[in-house]
Design a protein around this ligand. Sequence first.
Ligand code: AHG
Ligand code: MN
Ligand code: MN
Length: 330
Amino acid sequence: MKLEQSFMDFMLHHQERHRRSYNFLVLLEAVQTAAKYIQYFYQTGSLKNIMCEAGFTNVQGENVLKMDDTADAIVMHYLRRSNQVICAVSEEEPDPVVLNEDGGRYFIYYDPLDGSSNVKHNLPVGFMFAVAKRNLEGPEDHHLRKGSELRAAGIFLIPNGVFTLALAETGVYRFHLDETMTYVIPENAERLTKPQDPKDWELSFNAANRTTFAGPVREWIAGNEPKYAFRYMGSLAGDFHRLLSNGGMFMYPAIVNHPRPEKNRPKGKLRLLYEANVAAFIAREAGGAAIDENGVDILEIAPESPHQRTALYVGSRPLVEDMRALLRRT
Ligand code: AHG
Ligand code: MN
Ligand code: MN
């Protein structure tokens, strides 16, 4: 009989090996429980009629789906019950939510359901999160954490049942949901830190926006596009998932040349704290890199507000560095 190593067993031994507390385990237990419930609601959502719009917008002016709202309520519930979270920032909540001011040790930033345009087609979405520690030495100042202060970040791909977790200075691991609804790490699982073969590299961006990108970005695309395969599923969680295995670059550049200027997004579309940072942190632990429109490392951006946006170029280091050189030239 072959028994795979469960995610919690993996984490327990990881914490013990590094002489770390079990609090992080309790936090991740809450996170994976939430992911399983999101998975369940997603799989049965069409029957429950929750794959449609909720009828209201979030603080960012986006139409909220019932499924976005459901996923957010699930995550918040389990985070609150864990007693480990001092404060949570969710895409779906206007302000940071203080959960356990006294006992909580962690800050968490999350997008409960990434890739909402896939929902009505039952296609892949993600639950993305990033974790930082509170100041355990002195009084907590509640500042929004930079990516470089994160201790972990992960993406649950739903309904595919694959969980990618990056741990600071440790690497990236992938877990699979088995028939007993347990996340397990297959015995032969490879750590996602080996450089990928450039012949497998892929590019991923919304091609419909290409004429709206800044000059250097269009120049880079013109020069490089023919060399690589192109894949785009419209959810960062899914697109980045592929990229992590195959290598290449995902980008959501600033939109600066839209024929209707009111549609320009000079700061990009993706949110720094719970989208870009998650991908950037995982990329770093896998040996890759991530930058914004100014060629600044995503993980070095000091956040000013919970929902701030950023352009994002993330993936294999040579491609990101190439883009950085072009962006910095202007
Ligand atoms: P969300 O569904 O959480 O609002 O995020 C959507 C984001 C991201 O997942 C994806 O990469 C991007 O929007 C896709 O945008 P376009 O439809 O403009 O390509
Ligand atoms: Mn998202
Ligand atoms: Mn979302």
